[in-house]
Design a protein around this ligand. Structure first.
Ligand code: GCU
Length: 571
């Protein structure tokens, strides 16, 4: 079951805090010497073999939840494998209430037990999931055990090779959520022309033929709808809401009531379309002044999460003069997307179909589709999100094309209101760059990653490189940039210095000004980030240094080069 949406009015108990943890590289708490699952593994206090207790939860180490394990303990910096977590919590069962455990995300594969009973499993490192525990929760003390395994593998999404740190563990909040027996599982609402349209999906024994009310008080809207045999209430009515737009983030309270359930959400109403090589918001062409972000904390090592990190990271993007952010290369925390809604920042959201994956493996496609579905179901009501990106720099092949076409179909089925894109690669043709990736035919917007002036092409020649494409579609230059060590001012010829990075940006900007079908850009990247591939001693030290800001928050010269152009365009 896709996780329900965390709506205002839901009864939520955060399980954040210090959890007991046991590092288990050999799965000793899960499998016998011969690899069979234990009857009674470390998901209980009982010894694996009668009388021979070889683990002790009361003496186990403590780790913060939410939080990746890599940045909490030097022993775990490079660790890939399973870590067990345990937390006891009090609960009082109320009759007629249902109970769920909701996970904002956990990287990469999670198995959960409550009071010794397995309650669910999830694969995928960046999307929410929930397990119903109505039958296994009890009044009094409950013991929740997790085994989270971040081992990379060939059928996973992403596969084994990425340019980001494989942060493992419960990287976002875990909550106990209580609902009425029949509750609003999820809803979708959007503006199509001058009509507000959508659905409300109920879950529970009284879902069918149920009266559901939808209110938008500031628009004087009050709709009474009846749910069908599948518990779905569909609505469509004319309305003239003030439009949400970059720089004018108008949000409305949408209230939903059904039986004993009363929930609400803050929603912006806008339309998003393309016209030739233009992207239109509310029928007005918009140039996307963007920046790419990884989900790394702005002022401490490790994965970012929650409102404060979102505010700092997006605050830097606003300071840079952005109206757009590319949340690379995987779904970021819901708090970040909600903050973008409030700030009026447009969002490129992405699933981690990154570089090469096992294109011919049905399990891999299923995993990519479930991550796409979990992303869309979580963020479908966020006006800021205008693009679903289905892959990054994946090499051409028939298998890859078929895989991505399946994702295009699934995305359109789940949400026909947004634009589909992918970060493609251009081909070097006679003296210029040409975009004709076959998947481009099925996308609404072409993304393109290029590193002219860094990985290839003399810096002096970049400004005059011509661009062409076979598609009459908007182009977003989804990556460009260069590395620099903050504080190493250097000169325009010496790589990894600030002056050189600033020069690459100046030459790139000169080139982009001449691309007629360019609708925006999201240079790589807002902040230096951890990567196992970037090992140059004294320069990288396991950091990718293409940030405009260092991991200590120091702005580099290129930050101002880009900012000046963005402010010039904005005017
Ligand atoms: C690629 C890739 C990024 C990577 C970047 C780089 O474009 O999409 O994830 O970090 O190159 O080389 O820095």
């Amino acid at each position: 079951m896709v996780a329900f949406q965390l709506l205002t009015g839901r009864t939520r108990h955060s399980l954040s805090g210090r959890w007991r943890s046991i590092v288990d590289p050999y799965e000793a708490g899960y499998r016998t010497f011969y690899g069979e699952p234990w009857e009674m593994g470390w998901f209980s206090d009982l010894p694996l073999r009668p009388g021979v207790a070889e683990y002790d939860w009361q003496k186990a180490d403590l780790l913060d939840v939410p939080g990746d394990w890599n940045s909490q303990d030097p022993k775990l910096f490079f660790y890939e494998g399973s870590v067990w977590y345990r937390r006891d919590f009090q609960h009082e069962i109320k009759n007629g209430q249902r109970a769920f455990l909701y996970f904002g995300a956990a990287n990469y594969e999670t198995v959960a037990w409550l009071n010794g009973q397995e309650i669910g499993r999830h694969v995928g490192g960046f999307t929410p999931f929930a397990f119903e525990v109505t039958e296994s929760i009890r009044s009094g003390t409950n013991s929740l055990f997790l085994k989270i395994d971040n081992t990379r593998n060939r059928s996973a999404v992403p596969m084994t090779s990425t340019d980001w740190w494989n942060y493992g563990g419960p990287t976002r909040d875990i909550e106990l959520v209580e609902t009425p027996e029949t509750f609003v599982h999820r809803f979708g609402i959007s503006l199509q022309e001058n009509e507000i349209t959508g659905f409300i999906q109920l879950d529970g024994p009284l879902s069918e033929g149920q009266s559901v009310s939808l209110r938008i008080p500031e628009l004087g809207i009050e709709q009474e709808i009846e749910s069908d045999s599948a518990g779905t209430a569909r609505f469509q009515f004319s309305a003239e809401p003030e439009r949400w737009a970059p720089g004018a983030p108008r949000l409305y309270d949408v209230e939903i009531e059904s039986g004993a359930d009363q929930v609400s959400d803050r929603v912006g109403f806008r339309t998003i379309t393309t016209r030739g090589s233009e992207i239109l918001i509310n029928d007005e062409p918009v140039f996307l002044r963007g920046i790419s972000l990884h989900e790394e904390a702005p002022n401490r090592p490790g994965r970012a999460f929650g409102r404060d990190d979102a505010q700092t990271l997006l605050g830097w993007a606003v300071e840079l003069g952005c109206n757009f952010v590319r949340l690379a290369h995987y779904p970021h925390d819901e708090a970040t997307v909600r903050r973008a809604d409030e700030l009026g920042l447009l969002v490129w959201a992405e699933i981690p179909v990154y570089w090469n994956i096992d294109w011919e493996n049905p399990t891999t496609l299923e995993c990519a589709e479930s991550q796409l579905e979990e992303l869309i179901e979580r963020d479908r009501n966020r006006a800021a999100v205008i693009l679903w990106s289905l892959s990054n720099e994946s090499p051409h092949s028939e298998a890859r094309l078929n895989f991505l076409k399946a994702l295009v179909d699934r995305a359109r089925q789940l949400d026909s209101s947004r634009l589909l894109t992918a970060a493609l690669m251009a081909r070097f043709v006679e003296g210029g760059m040409h975009i004709d990736d076959p998947i481009g035919e099925y996308l609404d917007v072409m993304g393109c990653n290029e590193y002219l002036g860094w990985y290839y092409k003399e810096l002096d020649d970049v400004a005059d490189v011509p661009w062409s494409t076979t598609y009459d579609k908007p182009l977003i230059m989804s990556e460009l940039g260069a590395g620099a060590v903050a504080g190493s001012i250097g000169d325009e010829e010496t790589i990894f210095t600030e002056r050189h990075q600033a020069r690459v940006y100046r030459e790139q900007i000169a080139m982009m000004k001449k691309i007629p079908f360019l609708a925006g850009l999201s240079p790589w990247i807002l902040k230096d980030f951890r990567s196992p591939r970037r090992v140059l001693p004294g320069i990288q030290d396991y950091y990718n240094r293409k940030g405009l800001i260092s991991e200590r928050g120091q702005k580099k010269m290129a930050f101002d080069v880009l900012r000046r152009w963005y402010l010039e365009i904005e005017d």
